[in-house]
Design a protein. Sequence first.
Length: 111
Amino acid sequence: MNLQRATSRELICLDCEFSTKLEAINYLTDKLDAAGKLSSREEFYQAVLERESISETGIDMGMAIPHGKSGAVREAAFAVATVRNPISGWESIVPGNQVSIVFLLAIPESE
């Protein structure tokens, strides 16, 4: 994957205010959709929620990497947001992880 092609300035959001992981995921999904990376916003969003139900996507040191693999993804891409007030309650592999940076990965079904 070419990282320079996978994101752009409009997919990088700084100092956002989210109170829940769903707000963050919704916002970043909207960004990917507006950038033309998705053929169906709702189909991709549902793929991300399905993946969230399988296991935690919070990792450590304030990071979370929600992701979805879907036929609605036109090309591999990611959107990122820093969060002004860390999100508590994001299921993470490290207990107590307060999420302050979110990377939403969009992966085509074929990859």
